[in-house]
Design a protein around this ligand. Structure first.
Ligand SMILES: Cc1cc2nc3c(=O)[nH]c(=O)nc-3n(C[C@H](O)[C@H](O)[C@H](O)COP(=O)(O)OP(=O)(O)OC[C@H]3O[C@@H](n4cnc5c(N)ncnc54)[C@H](O)[C@@H]3O)c2cc1C
Length: 362
């Protein structure tokens, strides 16, 4: 096991960074998590946490897994509808007796449960990462609030627009997936219930999904195909945030009513991006984890899951390894092929159900 004197700095208190921090702190490592926001970002909407993500939580922290099982609802059925409301396909999901289900959960509930597992003195808020330098064995990081951190391993879990990534693979630009997405969570006891995941299949330039979050809440996501103008390129979200009425009119009345019932201030909107598979996950003593390492299209719902798997794998390699350089090499050999597969297949599905299919048909 790597000595518990090992100091690990983690940039970004999203789900990947906080899960890693909680695992490493429980193993006795000296952990500091730096978050640029004044409070951890508990915004966001519903998440499908697939079975492998639940297993990654259960293996690292069974108590946390139990909390997640009580925070949402197991996915029980996928229903694919056309834009007239007709059901094209319906697939029910069954689970073996001891199998962990795929869970539909509010991101806020997930992050809050994770934060309860992270010792409070590990978390540094209002600390935007600015730069890093490293020698053979020591990394130094500086933050915009004037803090400096020095330690043995710096982990960048600072999301798709990662600044830490520049020190591992410079020059990576997020790639626009040609969709704007609006999302929210709304009270609903009728339209989408009992673990249902409803997809209005892509057509006429839109794609919409709804899923039950349990306790009378439903998540919805509304995707519109849209090119970015030159001035919009690379921006996280657009400035005009309302769903255009003519696009909303394309979905059937019952679905539209759920979206319309959502208070405007509770709707989040962003451009959809992924990144190309990276050739490496670390450089010296700086490592990338979660979306910073492998942001992907949401088509396979592997984003958050992959971050949990990363965190579990790194904590295991640190326990089993004898020196940090060997740990990082073995971590990368295990994770790189897996995250590449997630990225490539997610992008492929996104292309198949999106514009390229439309072009073929034309
Ligand atoms: C439309 C959509 C739907 C999705 N649906 C699903 C789904 O159903 N299932 C699923 O598993 N995944 C889904 N995902 C993906 C999932 O949300 C992400 O993969 C996951 O949240 C990434 O977590 P993370 O901790 O790696 O990054 P983030 O959640 O982005 O966290 C990064 C953190 O770093 C902080 N930060 C950023 N820069 C700095 C800095 N310079 N200094 C300090 N802190 C910084 C940020 O404030 C943030 O707190 C979806 C994504 C989208 C866009």
């Amino acid at each position: 096991m790597i000595s518990s004197n090992c100091r690990v700095g983690i940039v970004g208190a999203g789900t990947s960074g906080v899960y890693l921090g909680s695992l490493l702190a429980s193993q006795g490592y000296k952990v500091d998590v730096f978050e640029k926001s004044p409070v951890p970002r508990t915004d966001g909407c519903g998440i499908l946490l697939v079975g492998s993500g639940m297993r990654a939580v259960n293996e690292g922290n069974p108590k946390l897994c139990q909390k997640l099982l009580h925070s949402g609802t197991p996915v029980k059925n996928f229903e694919f509808r056309n834009l007239k409301g007709g059901v094209a396909n319906s697939e029910s999901v069954s689970y073996d007796e001891n199998e962990l289900p795929g869970m539909l959960i509010h991101r806020k509930a997930i992050l809050e449960a994770l934060l309860e597992e992270l010792p409070q003195d590990c978390l540094h808020l209002n600390a935007p990462f600015v730069s890093a330098t490293q020698t053979e064995k020591v990394v130094t990081a500086t933050f915009a609030n004037g803090e400096t951190w020095e330690g043995d391993l710096l982990v960048g879990s600072d999301g798709i627009f990662s600044k830490v990534r520049e020190y591992v693979v410079p020059g990576v630009e997020p790639r626009y997936l040609q969709d704007i997405v609006w999302r929210s969570v709304v009270e609903d006891n009728e339209f989408c219930t009992e673990g249902n995941f409803i997809v209005y299949m892509r057509g006429r330039g839109i794609y919409v999904n709804f899923f039950d979050l349990g306790n009378g809440y439903t998540h919805w996501g509304f995707f519109i195909e849209k090119k970015q103008t030159e001035s919009e390129k690379g921006l996280p979200y657009p400035h005009d945030v309302g769903i255009p009425t003519e696009e909303l009119e394309k979905v059937p009345e019952a679905a539209r009513a759920v979206i319309k019932a959502t208070p405007a201030e509770q709707i989040v909107c962003n451009y959809s991006y992924d990144i190309d598979p990276l050739p490496q996950l670390y450089q010296g003593r700086i490592l990338l984890l979660g979306d910073a390492a492998h942001a992907k299209s949401p088509t396979r719902a592997r984003g958050m899951t992959a971050g949990f798997e990363d965190a579990l794998a790194l904590s295991r390699h640190l326990q089993e390894g004898s020196n940090i350089d060997a740990v990082l090499a073995s971590y990368q050999s295990e994770r790189l092929p897996i995250v590449h597969e997630y990225q490539e297949t997610s992008r492929e599905i996104s292309r198949k159900i999106g514009r390229s299919r439309k072009k073929k048909a034309a």
